[in-house]
Design a protein around this ligand. Sequence first.
Ligand code: IPE
Ligand code: IPE
Ligand code: MG
Length: 243
Amino acid sequence: MAQPQPEQTGDGPRHVAIIMDGNGRWATQRGRPRLFGHQAGARRVREIVEACPDLGVDYLTVFAFSTENWKRTQSEVAGLMNLFRRYITREAKALKANDVCVRFIGDRVRLDAKLVAMMDELEALTLDCRTVNLTIAINYGGRDEVARATKRLARDVASGRLDPESVDEETLPKYLDTCVLPDPDLVIRTSGEARISNFLLWQSAYSEYEFIDTLWPDFTAAEFRSVVGSYGTRERRFGAVSA
Ligand code: IPE
Ligand code: IPE
Ligand code: MG
C-alpha cells in the first residue's frame, strides 16, 4: 500500500544549515584512514549546493571544522586544513560560474595565513554572486562566536559608540559572524548523532532540526530534497498557539 504523502503546509526553508558528520566512520567502515572520509565528504558539498536553487534554498551553511576539532590528532587536523585549501582551489571556478556567494564564519586567527588568504580571495571573487549564499564554518564554535561578539560589543560600549541601556536581542546578532545572514530555518545533522556540537547556538533558537542516520559522504541531493521537502509539513509556532 502506498504511504500517504505528508501534507505540505508551509513554504520551504530559506536557510538550511548542515552539520556534516560521519566522515570518519564512513572511512573506518571501508578500512581506510579518516582522511579518506573527509575527502569523500568534501566532494559531496557541490551536489548539495547545486540542489539549492530548485528547492528555494537561498542560504546554505555547512559546518566543516569546529573550535573543538583541534583536539584531533595533528595529522587529521593538518589533513583537514590541506583539504580546505584544495577545496577552494578546485571549486572556486564552479562556485563563481554557479553564481554562489561564499562566506566563511569562525575565528580566522588560529588558521594558517595561506588558508586565510585563499578564503578572503574566494569571498572577494564571489562577492556579487546572488543565486545561493554558501557559508562555510571553519574553526567555528557558537560559544566562541558569542564571546568574540561580546568582546566587540564591550569595546563599542567602552568607546562610547554604544549605549549599554540600548542593548537588546537585536544588538548582539549584529556582532556575530553571521550578521548578514537570516537565522537557519532548518538544521540537518547527518550520522545519527542528535546533538548540536556548538553550532549556531544563538541563531538556531527556533530552527527546526532533522537528525538523519546517513553518514555525510553518502548524503545525496535526492535525500537533501526529501529532508527539505518534509520541512513543509512542520508547523513553526515560535511560542504562539496554532491558528
Ligand atoms: C565530520 O566527520 C567532519 C569533521 C568534524 C571535521 P567526523 O570526522 O566527525 O566523522 P565521525 O563522526 O568521526 O564519523
Ligand atoms: C561537529 O562534528 C563538527 C563538524 C561537523 C565540523 P563532531 O564530530 O566534531 O562533533 P562531536 O564531537 O561528535 O560532538
Ligand atoms: Mg563526528
